[in-house]
Design a protein. Sequence first.
Length: 480
Amino acid sequence: MSLGIRTRVFFVLLLATGAVAGGMYLFMQQAFERGFVDYVRQQEERRIDAIAERLEAYYAEAGGWRELRDNRRLWWRLLASSRAPVPPPPMRHDHEDDDDEAHHRPALPPPSDEALPFVLRISLLDLQHRFLIGGRDAGSAQELELRALHAGEVVIGYIGFRPERRLSDRLDRDFAAGQTRAFVIIALLAIVISGLLAFPFAHRFVRPLRDLQAATRRLSEGDYEVRAEIHGNDELGRLARDFNDLAMTLERTERQRRQWVADISHELRTPLAVLRGEIEALIDGVRKVTPETLASLHAESLHLGRLIGDLYELSMSDIGALSYRKANVDALASLRDVLQSLRPEFELADITVERTGLPDTAVDVFADADRLAQLYNNVLTNTLRYTDRGGRLRVAAAVHGRTLNIDFQDSTPGVPEAELERLFDRLYRVEASRNRASGGAGLGLAISANIVAAHEGRIEAKASPLGGVWIHIELPLPPI
């Protein structure tokens, strides 16, 4: 059983918080223990300084350590007078003197804890580092840290002190244990709070994904009107916007596909209906078989053939299946050849062709010569079909930088400004002026746009100064 994203996010946040809390606990515990031990050590050093001053004062008064040697009662009094907290001295029996007490009383038992109290870790040593008085459990002279005692500039002895790596005082240990418990409680509270916060956060994080998943499912089922709700401007919000753009593109594509099928059906039905009507009239004897009747049938069949051919070429160019054999060709020579081949048709249509800025020098472009001629033929045929009789066509060409610009400007009728961008849509015609009666199927400019795109160029339609349509083509020149 696989876990959902919400559960995974929840556990990831919880584990991350737990790891951070655990790491903080270990770090703070170690840092606290180290810092607290250092603090206790500094306190002990200050107490040793006070004891050293008191011992130096005693030496100056007594003139030596003879009376202090093994005299525990006097040792306790000196420690007490140094303001160092010490345990109470052992009880003395009245019938025992100091010497008997010093020689016959057993040493204090070691404390119950592993660490020795402070006073049991202090000893007084002579100049030869021999033990005089103090806690014998503190260890040998080699294990002690020595603090020299002075009478003026002369060293008179040493205080031996064994530093503890652990806390020896019960109050200190209790305080450290209390801090450790506090750290544990804080870490557990942090984990609990993070768990309480991680669940709604995971739910809020996953909700846009679930909405997007549901929208994707509807989109895959064909509901192209579905839109994902946008939550914020983060990555999920941008993903939702991209999904909406995809849905709008698919919706537009589906709408164009349906329109495309309807337009093709309509375009094919028209010549077929004419052919069927003509043939049925001949069969029924309404019309006789004459050269004129056969010419009409032949014209309709040619129109149907041209339409099917255009549809095939357009479909091939859409999927990139048209073959392009590119080479450096003279783009203007090809244009002049197409204009020359169409000259009789322009004369028949009474359309004057003006060549403006069309140099006789060669301008090479990296292109397919046949497709380039097809491009020119489609644009010029579009003018022939839709320009009013007695109109004009102005053809101009010029090189700007590394681009060849070719312009075709014809006269009335024109195209509304809002319709110019749609002239390159397949099967599109502005029915008010340029209509099917002129013989066009609305595929020539769509094929031209695909040819220009295959040559990495640009084509656009603008309003012509002559009152018609201005087709502007840009073709890149080969690199030098």
